[in-house]
Design a protein around this ligand. Structure first.
Ligand code: PMT
Length: 222
């Protein structure tokens, strides 16, 4: 692991879940703990980068030397990322962003009523695709949380969202993915892929940062 691999680089990492409010006391969310994103932030600092976490609500301490911007919803996360994108060399989207939010947020607590109830949802903006489509454009890395056909779905997201690299994990496997201390991933870029063995999230984060540094150098040579 090279401690100067990202010296002087500006890295922005999204982490954790988003929460999409239904009313003043309820929300839609997911099981992301933020552990993977926070491990990436720690590894980025170790590699010499100036590092900012854009974090959904998690119960983790901010790693040393990391600047942290707290957000709740997907739209707040997008706004925070857009503010930072202008001064960013590497953008890593590790957050589990809610794809949909309730169409309306009730001002008062929703009352219990009929036996059945339906909820209308609307699409949230895609944060990593927005950053990858912007100008200036940082080297953009996504994650893919899949439960089947992991590599082919991840490759689809790499293309569709115009990413430079995507880190795919099988979130249906026991002991890895959401909220666990370990993960097992496949790092995919346009012309290649590399499997990283099951390990603690910090170990994997260091390997992922090293791969990003190598690809960034290669991209600069093109
Ligand atoms: O937080 P942990 O408990 O440690 O768990 C880690 C993790 C499983 C959350 C992480 O490793 C992971 O897979 N993160 C991505 C989760 C996800 O939402 O994946 P996705 O396949 O739905 O989204 C694909 C990519 O688009 C991701 O980079 C995601 O951040 C991004 N996205 C998705 C939707 C959206 N509206 N905006 C986005 O930027």
């Amino acid at each position: 692991f090279q401690h100067t691999a990202l010296a002087g680089k500006r890295v922005v990492i999204t982490a954790g879940p988003t929460r999409e409010a239904l009313d003043p006391v309820r929300y839609i969310s997911n099981h992301s703990s933020g552990k993977m994103g926070y491990a990436l932030a720690r590894a980025a600092v170790e590699a010499g980068a100036r590092t900012t976490l854009v974090s959904g609500p998690v119960h983790l301490a901010t790693p040393d030397h990391v600047e942290r911007v707290d957000v709740i919803s997907a739209r707040e996360m997008l706004a925070a990322c857009q503010d930072l994108a202008g001064d960013c060399d590497i953008f890593i989207a590790c957050a589990a962003v809610a794809d949909y939010r309730p169409a309306t947020v009730q001002e008062q607590k929703i009352k219990k009523g009929d036996e059945r109830s339906t909820l209308e949802l609307v699409r949230n903006p895609d944060i990593v695709a927005t950053i990858a489509g912007g100008q200036p454009r940082p080297f953009t890395v996504g994650f893919a949380a899949e439960t089947q056909d992991v590599e082919s779905y991840a490759r689809g997201k790499l293309e569709r969202k115009h990413l430079d690299m995507i880190v795919a994990n099988d979130v249906s496997a026991e002991g890895v993915g959401f909220a666990s201390d370990e993960n097992e991933v496949c790092v995919i870029w346009r012309d290649n892929a590399q499997r990283l063995e099951r390990a603690g999230k910090l170990t994997l984060a260091r390997q992922i940062m090293q791969l990003i540094a190598t690809r960034l150098d290669a991209a600069r040579m093109d």
